[in-house]
Design a protein around this ligand. Structure first.
Ligand code: SF4
Ligand code: SF4
Length: 115
């Protein structure tokens, strides 16, 4: 599996962590872009994606089955934590590896193409 496609058959991070961000990223603010109706208050200055601030997190914007085929319904307008969360290669992001492990998915390793 190439790392470019790995997220499309994973989604584990969207089902593992609280996704919180500055309220100004949501459409309730003048420059916001994350749909406010998919967020909830988390802190006086922070929102989080609905579904992620619970014991078994799963973002409300995640479509599909984790570990099979997934997509983000607000990909173009996803909040900053999602944009900054890097896919792990050889352990480069332990939070990615940990989320995948939770769903029984192995850590990612690079695929070497031999001509
Ligand atoms: S846990 Fe890692 S591989 Fe899975 S969707 Fe998130 S960034 Fe991609
Ligand atoms: S907004 Fe999209 S990328 Fe971010 S946690 Fe939700 S489903 Fe995942």
């Amino acid at each position: 599996m190439s790392s470019a496609n790995a997220c499309l058959t994973c989604g584990a991070c969207c089902g593992s962590y609280r996704v919180s961000f500055y309220w100004g990223e949501a459409t309730g603010a003048p420059e916001g872009y994350v749909p406010s109706e998919l967020t909830e208050a988390f802190h006086p200055h922070l929102l989080c994606m609905q579904g992620t601030n619970q014991k078994q997190p799963r973002c409300v914007a995640l479509e599909g089955e984790i570990g099979q085929q997934v997509s983000c319904s607000i990909y173009q307008n996803r909040p900053s934590p999602c944009r900054e969360f890097d896919i792990s290669v050889n352990g480069s992001n332990p939070f990615c590896d940990k989320a995948r492990l939770k769903y029984g998915l192995p850590p990612l390793i690079p695929v070497i193409h031999v001509a």
